[in-house]
Design a binder for this molecule. Structure first.
Ligand code: PLP
Length: 401
């Protein structure tokens, strides 16, 4: 009889999976389910990606690639860091993985010991604490208050650091809040980690190109180059280039860490699909017009969606500065009853009732360690977004004590 390994016991079945399963079941019953739950661009991948992939086949690069990544792609990544982040990075500090997620998996597996601590500012993307737990580490959540624009309070980070802290994870622009960090924020965080030389810093910059209102993403490594020997940048082509299915992520970090991560990957997936590497190299070398068009579309949708959400009595909604999610707060509605008579005692109950009664799939904020909120992705068409807002509004208007 199959018995799962004990390390899986620390992985709870996330509310998001239960929600997705229920959404599929409702759709199979013929219900008009609309989902804003996925963190996936709704655009096709750029044609340069297809051309790059075709070239791999045409030129016969279809054998096992180097585990670390093909030289052409590593060079394109170094070019990207220079162009976008003003960073000169040697190829020895780079590696390619199956998506940003495998970069994180490789890094944690390569570095964490049982009992280590990983500081994760909340709200956070769900995978950091889950992957850390797989390797016996303890995620330490530090709440980033909405009043502070969902940015981490440097003093709270300082207090969370202990001799057991192995990593501080920084994901800005943030999933799920869209918060970005300014130079001052980065400088304050840099001062704190300088006092804690045993701490590694993971900067997940996968949403770097999706910033709004003229703001630009700044990398901690630009602001604090002295931290480069313990700073790992996580990035990839999934979000900016609408290439989630290509599974190309990359990392830039200290050589010894990258080597250890390559060792992990060599025993798991080996080097990633050569066609995907060709596609990624091609878009990273290409112009930014396509990315800019998508960014403008997200910004326009954000403006519309946030305006509608703010007009729904009972909801609050901070203005996301980047990424493609709105994160409305439900504080005023918790403890009340839905139109269908369901008790909305927390944001999971709220999201479940919304799915059952209006067939709108979202993700409850508590899945990201910060509720009661809902995450709504605006990587969806204008029509879908307006229909979703109509359903949400109807649902909220029917809520009663
Ligand atoms: C913050 C963040 N980092 C990393 C990833 C992983 O991206 P991928 O593995 O598709 O490259 C995601 C995907 O949702 C994300 O939201």
């Amino acid at each position: 009889m199959f018995r799962p390994a004990s390390r899986l016991a620390s992985l709870p079945a996330p509310a998001t999976i239960a929600m997705a399963t229920r959404a599929r079941a409702l759709a199979a019953e013929g219900k008009p389910v609309l989902s804003l739950a996925l963190g996936q661009p709704d655009f096709p991948s750029p044609k340069e990606a297809l051309l790059g992939a075709e070239a791999e086949v045409a030129e016969g690069r279809t054998g096992y690639p180097p585990i670390v990544g093909q030289k052409e792609l590593l060079e394109a990544i170094a070019y990207k860091f220079k162009r976008d982040n003003e960073l000169d990075v040697p190829l020895s500090s780079l590696m390619v993985a199956n998506g940003g997620k495998q970069v994180i998996f490789n890094a944690f597996m390569a570095s964490l010991e049982e009992g280590d601590e990983v500081i994760v500012p909340a709200p956070y993307w769900v995978s950091y604490p889950l992957i850390a737990k797989m390797f016996g580490a303890r995620p330490v959540e530090v709440q980033c208050r909405e009043e502070n624009g969902f940015r981490p309070d440097p003093e709270a980070i300082r207090q969370a650091i202990t001799p057991k802290t192995r990593w501080l994870v920084l994901n800005f622009p943030n999933n799920p809040t869209g918060a970005i960090l300014e130079r001052d924020d980065l400088e304050a965080l840099a001062r704190i980690v300088r006092d804690a030389p045993h701490v590694l810093i993971m900067c997940d910059e996968i949403y770097e190109h999706l910033t709004f209102d003229g703001r630009k993403h700044l990398s901690l490594r630009q602001v604090a180059p002295d931290l480069a020997d313990r700073l790992l940048i996580v990035n990839g082509v999934s979000k900016a280039y609408a290439m989630t299915g290509w599974r190309v992520g990359f990392a830039c970090g200290p050589d010894a860490l990258i080597k250890a991560m390559v060792k992990v990957q060599g025993n798991a997936t080996s080097g990633i699909c050569t066609l995907a590497q060709g596609g990624a190299a091609s878009v990273l070398r290409g112009g930014m017009e396509g990315v800019e068009t998508m960014r403008q579309t997200y910004e326009r949708r954000r403006n519309k969606v946030v305006q509608v959400l703010r007009d729904i009595p009972g909801l609050t909604c901070a203005m996301p500065q980047g990424a493609f999610y709105a994160y409305p707060g439900l504080q005023a509605l918790i403890g009340k009853k839905s139109g269908g008579g369901r008790l909305l005692n927390n944001d999971v109950a709220f999201a479940e009732a919304l799915l059952e009664e209006e067939h709108l799939a979202t993700v409850p904020g508590s899945a990201f360690g910060y509720g009661p909120h809902l995450r709504l992705s605006f990587a969806a068409s204008d029509e879908q977004l307006m229909e979703a807002c109509t359903r949400l509004k109807r649902f909220v208007q029917a809520i009663h004590p």
